[in-house]
Design a protein around this ligand. Structure first.
Ligand code: F6P
Length: 352
């Protein structure tokens, strides 16, 4: 078993679900925890787990076996010291005589899981990420916990923004997608929500703020995804946009948007970035339930020898999706989805 990539709140709850289910249903089961993700598998750094290791961790954030980012694009690149990562992982798997590798990971980690599956390893994967951007599953574990934290942050900003009559920007994580910003923004009554899937026009953003001012509202709150992009930047090629970002004189998109709003409205702007708090702390009850279900479903797949698949959830029911279908695909917010229409119906601006 390994946890890979950025952590999130419900990793331990998921591992507990897998382990408890296996211990309860299989005789002589042994679980090995690889330390710090794929790195542990490459370097043969692991811990033989005991049933007691999985007790009392349902509510614990982080991961008891550690994690690390091991970029997929470097997996096949041989190190300067001649180290072959893929061969090393296969060697450890064979040496320890494993029946199966259980991977808890997000997009990049699922690509590596697929690679290992194609190399002949038995892999069962679980969908981890606060970004909720994994293709093939309606929900990833960690997402709802992060929505709670980002919503709390915006709730707190509401009172201070109202007192001072300021425009506040809260920058929300989510990498290249807007799920977290959309849900936290809706949950906490943000006035403007900017997400990568709906490129914004700064003049429309300003119009929305000025309309609020005309309507007698003394403050405005923007929930801005860290990957939010303007309409003009969305027209650039990937390479051009990357170069523009590298030369941007602001630490992040929110500061750039804030500066522009200040210039155009003369209003006082503040930026708040909850950052990694969104990945921290205890999983929310929704995630604990999801993780327990995912864990038990993964254990069932292991018992049945149904490998090379990701456990997911569709319309409330557990599904098994081939890793080859999941790898490399991003689940983004559909700008035409009804949730966007409903948000607009209550007056939220997307700056489009
Ligand atoms: O993928 C989860 C995530 O928290 C993203 O939302 C964010 O862009 C990224 O990881 C941050 O990565 P790191 O923890 O490496 O700074």
């Amino acid at each position: 078993m390994l946890t890979s990539g950025g952590d999130c709140q419900s990793l331990n709850a998921t591992m507990r679900g897998v382990a408890k289910s296996l211990y309860n249903n299989v005789r002589d089961i042994e679980i090995i925890g690889f330390l710090e993700g794929y790195k542990g598998l490459m370097r043969e750094e692991y811990k033989i787990m005991k049933p007691s290791d999985f007790s009392g961790i349902l509510t614990e954030g982080g991961t008891i076996i550690g994690t690390s980012r091991q970029p997929f694009k470097l997996m096949r690149v041989i190190g300067e010291d001649g180290f072959n990562k893929v061969e090393a992982m296969k060697k450890t798997y064979k040496k320890l005589n494993l029946d199966c590798l259980v991977v808890l990971g997000g997009n990049g980690s699922q690509k590596t899981a697929n690679l290992l599956s194609e190399e002949g390893l038995h892999v069962v994967s679980l969908p981890k990420t606060i970004d909720n951007d994994l293709w093939g599953t309606d929900m990833t574990f960690g997402f709802q916990s992060a929505v709670n934290i980002a919503s709390d942050a915006i709730d707190c900003i509401h009172t201070t923004a109202a007192s001072h009559g300021r425009v506040f920007i809260v920058e929300v994580m989510g990498h290249k997608v807007g799920w977290l910003t959309l849900h936290a923004g809706l949950a906490s009554g943000a006035d403007i929500i900017l997400i990568p899937e709906i490129p914004y026009d700064i003049n429309k953003v300003v119009e929305a703020i000025e309309k609020r001012t005309r309507d007698g509202k003394r403050f405005s709150i923007l929930a801005v995804a860290e990957g939010a992009i303007s309409k003009e930047d969305a027209k650039l090629s990937k390479k051009e946009y990357k170069a523009k970002l590298a030369a941007r004189p602001y630490p992040s998109v929110s500061y750039e948007i804030g500066k522009k709003i200040e210039e155009k409205t003369g209003q006082e702007i503040r930026v708040t970035i909850p950052g990694h708090t969104q990945r921290g702390g205890s999983p929310c009850p929704y995630d604990r339930v999801l993780s327990t279900r995912f864990g038990a479903a993964a254990a069932e797949m292991i018992m049945q020898g149904d490998y090379g698949k990701l456990v997911g959830i569709k319309n409330g029911e557990i599904v098994r999706i081939p890793l080859s279908e999941v790898a490399g695909k991003l689940k983004t917010v559909d700008p035409d989805a009804s949730i966007i229409k409903e948000a607009k119906a209550v007056g939220i601006s997307f700056g489009d």
